[in-house]
Write a protein that binds this ligand. Sequence first.
Ligand SMILES: [Zn+2]
Length: 155
Amino acid sequence: MKLYKTKKSNIHRHGLSAAQDIKKGTKIIQYKGKKITNKEADENKKYGYNITYLFTLNKKYLIDGDFKYNTARLINHSCNPNCEVVDNYGSEIWISAMRDIKKNEELTYDYGFSFDSYYKDHVCKCGSSNCVGYIVREGSRWRIKKLIKQANIVE
Ligand SMILES: [Zn+2]
């Protein structure tokens, strides 16, 4: 039985939610896509290619998940996620429960975007109490907070 189902999301147009209670550590859905090399990914970036669905698989390869058959791409980002991305010995990528999840809860994970000059292109509407307003990986969110603080001082 599938652990997930598609749903209308409160965060974005579509999302996935838990079809049943899910225990912490459970692999929920595989992140499927096309294997591409780091070099190919760099080339694609140069042409303004959408990098939202790229995941590092190992030193040499990434997974490009920008395909309809990759249902996992519907999962939204959250600043307070209930899932995480795990790689299976560098050969597969899975979305796994990082805590117990209740039936019908929306599935989310940290997209892990780095903080760069494009952060403003990725507005976050996750609604978590710790939301910084932009999709940026947890380890870099202090940079956003700092910017907001500085902006407030100027005003
Ligand atoms: Zn957020």
